[in-house]
Design a binder for this molecule. Structure first.
Ligand SMILES: Nc1ncnc2c1ncn2[C@@H]1O[C@H](COP(=O)(O)OP(=O)(O)OP(=O)(O)O)[C@@H](O)[C@H]1O
Ligand SMILES: [Mg+2]
Length: 242
């Protein structure tokens, strides 16, 4: 296991400075996120929670560089994202960030192995190497017997494991997961949470998750509560937030 990084000295992976996001629907402006300042540190296992509509997915989209704020700043490894050109942005997204979604977002016509190989192809990695690395990751998430299965022949938990392998295969520094256990039963949720927790501990990959799931909230080391698009509490420490 790597040596602990002092949060005081670690450079944030991604940070927001007084950032907000609104959506204009005709005459109505929806303030999805308001004046949020936040630093995500290396090794964080951070859950964003709060009521439906409080801005969790909007915040994840900003942290994952798939959306831009309406005002304020996003810094990735200290660099202002609004100053990056499209190539630099897409390089960050493909090499530094992995995504996991509630509905898995696997490609149905591809096997588990091919789904995991895809991000490596997108980076220009050759077929033999991509296959080897994807097989390794499927083994690490406990799916070595299922490489040739298409998603429809896998259970929900197995699909989410494939999605986690796909997110990890490029060895990113940050995984963004939007309600990763919302479509899973209780037992399977616990297994998927354990898998993410182990990956966080072993590889120090940073996880930022959104969730309504108390089991997941009980396992993370930092809780960020959103209310009406604003940070209500940001608590470091294991266990359920008060
Ligand atoms: N593309 C959009 N266009 C218009 N309004 C949007 C858009 N995306 C989000 N919103 C609005 O912004 C607010 C925050 O939405 P968001 O999806 O971030 O909430 P959430 O906390 O993820 O909710 P849930 O728990 O239901 O997933 C909501 O009022 C939502 O309707
Ligand atoms: Mg959401």
């Amino acid at each position: 296991m790597n040596a602990a990084v002092s949060p005081a000295r670690a450079e944030p992976i991604v940070a927001l400075h007084d950032a907000g996001r609104f959506f204009q629907l005709g005459e109505t402006r929806i303030e999805a996120l308001r004046h949020v300042t936040l630093s995500v540190l290396p090794g964080d296992f951070l859950a964003i929670w709060g009521p439906s509509g409080s801005g969790k997915s909007t915040l994840l989209n900003l942290l994952g560089l798939i959306d831009a704020p309406s005002y304020g700043r996003v810094l990735f490894r200290g660099r202002p994202v609004d100053r990056l050109d499209d190539n630099a942005l897409s390089d960050y997204r493909s090499s530094e960030i992995g995504f996991v979604f509630q509905n898995f977002n696997l490609i149905p016509v591809l096997t588990a192995l091919e789904n995991v190989m895809l991000p490596l192809y997108n980076q220009g990695v050759g077929k033999a190497e991509a296959r080897g690395r994807a097989e390794q990751w499927l083994r690490k998430v406990g799916l070595d017997g299922f490489v040739d299965h298409p998603p429809e022949k896998l259970s929900g938990g197995q699909r989410q494991r494939v999605a986690i392998a796909r997110a990890m295969v490029t060895e990113p520094s940050l995984i963004i997961a939007d309600e990763p256990t919302a479509n899973l039963d209780s037992q399977t949720s616990c297994e998927v949470i354990d898998l993410m927790h182990t990956l966080n501990q072993k590889t120090r990959v940073t996880f930022v998750l959104s969730t309504h799931d108390p089991r997941l909230l009980a396992r993370v080391s930092r809780h960020l509560e959103l209310r009406d698009g604003q940070i209500h509490q940001d608590t470091v420490g294991a266990g359920l937030p008060s």
